[in-house]
Design a protein around this ligand. Structure first.
Ligand code: DGT
Ligand code: MG
Length: 389
């Protein structure tokens, strides 16, 4: 057996946030095969099917033994989330080493196009289907539809600092501009980011931040924190070390940092920039929201070689929301979903990246560490590297 889970975390637990899900599991290729079935449902907009297969993949990712036909029958089949239909598919996999439905999906022209479209920044399943249903099947079709030429400096570079304000405004609420940038930069953005480059990006961002505001703290979250060797983007949660008054030092800093990085030529595009949402019924009087910037970033040239564009997400939290933001942005998506469900259905709390609220008396909690987030929610600690559910 490949991995041994800490004894307190049972693979049979109902919620993904109670289980240990390593990056590479004991049944990795089976999990990947079933993930193809999930992908197909996701791309077709079948929310129920997507969730069912996502849960199935999550159960398999936490299952600590190599699955055999007898284990399937005597053990795995008894775990909630593995229904009869899925047992048949797993049995087929154990017999033939593949699932015929997965092979059919991979061979389907529609699936191929939707998958490829969905790799473009700004194109989700709904847009992908709309484009395909309008007769487009290749990225070249999308290029001509969105007016992307082979070389399009206006989109590839936002070279003129004077246009940044208008460019920000025009991008906000204009998904087609995001898609244009996504298409123009796809050769860069489709390449995965090695851990070392994630660290270089983080260091340079924090250097810029220190010049604007002394004493900020940060954590690289997302897949990087879960131990992934290569990431699709870089996600950084930022706050201030001062527990009292730190919130004031963080307010507005997101926009300032993005402008600074833009002026330095590091941020090339700003895809989305949001500030605090002041109203939150459950969290009045609490600085309850996060500032967020979704950007395209490029490291400075090294040894005369230019670097490629990367996606960089910056999330600013007040000190009291820092650890819930770190927890909420570490992922995986399934882990986060079950964390919210667990908090709500089992504990009577509302959990999200902006904080923890007890529902019956609206009491707010300000965890001072990520361990404390788990303690408040009544959960065993799950190391980030075991949240790959
Ligand atoms: P990748 O694809 O290598 O970047 O993998 P991840 O796991 O880093 O995926 P990513 O970057 O899409 O998301 C990181 C985590 O942050 C994920 O668990 C979901 C969460 N997340 C993403 N977008 C949002 C958002 O808009 N709001 C909140 N609260 N969480 C988000
Ligand atoms: Mg990420």
């Amino acid at each position: 057996d490949a991995e041994v889970a800490p004894s307190s975390l049972s693979h049979k637990a109902r919620y993904a946030c109670q289980r240990a899900s390593p990056l590479v599991c004991a049944n990795q290729s089976l999990a990947e095969e079933i993930d193809i079935l999930r992908r197909a449902r996701e791309l077709e907009g079948d929310a129920v099917g997507t969730l069912a297969y996502e849960r199935a993949v999550a159960v398999i990712k936490a299952y600590p033994h190599v699955i055999s036909p007898s284990r399937l029958e005597s053990d795995l089949a008894r775990i909630s989330g593995i229904g009869t239909k899925l047992q048949v598919k797993i049995a087929e996999y154990l017999k033939k080493g593949q699932i015929s439905e997965a092979r059919e999906i991979l061979a389907s022209p529609r699936f191929r196009s939707l998958s490829e479209f969905n790799t473009i920044y700004g194109i989700g399943p709904v847009t992908a289907r709309q484009l395909y249903d309008n007769g487009m099947s290749t990225l070249e079709h999308l290029d001509s539809y969105y007016g992307i030429r082979a070389h399009n400096p206006a989109i590839e570079e936002q070279a003129d600092p004077n246009i940044i304000e208008s460019r920000w405004l025009s991008i906000k609420g204009m998904p087609e501009v995001t898609i244009q940038v996504g298409l123009a930069l796809r050769r860069d953005l489709s390449q995965k980011i090695p851990r070392e480059e994630v660290c270089d990006m983080h260091a340079i961002v924090m250097k810029g931040l220190e010049s604007l505001q002394h004493g900020c703290v940060s954590t690289i979250v997302g897949g990087y924190r879960r131990g992934k060797e290569e990431s699709n983007d870089v996600d950084i949660v930022i706050s201030h070390q001062d527990w009292r008054g730190g919130g004031e030092k963080i307010k507005g800093l997101c926009t300032k940092l993005v402008k600074h990085l833009y002026d330095e030529g590091l941020v090339t595009h700003v895809m989305h920039l949001s500030s605090f949402r002041p109203h939150n019924a459950l969290r009045t009087g609490h600085w309850d929201s996060l500032e967020k910037a979704l950007t395209i970033f490029r490291l400075p040239e090294a040894d005369g070689k230019s670097r490629i564009h990367r996606r960089l997400d910056l999330i600013f939290a007040s000190p009291e929301a820092y650890w819930t933001a770190v927890t909420g942005w570490t992922g995986s998506r399934m882990f986060e979903r079950d964390l919210r469900l667990w908090a709500k259905d089992e504990k009577g709390y509302k959990f999200d990246s902006t904080g923890i609220t007890r529902r019956h008396d609206s009491r707010l909690f300000y965890p001072k560490s990520e361990q404390e987030v788990f303690e408040i929610l009544g959960l065993e600690w799950v190391d980030p590297t075991l949240r790959n559910t």
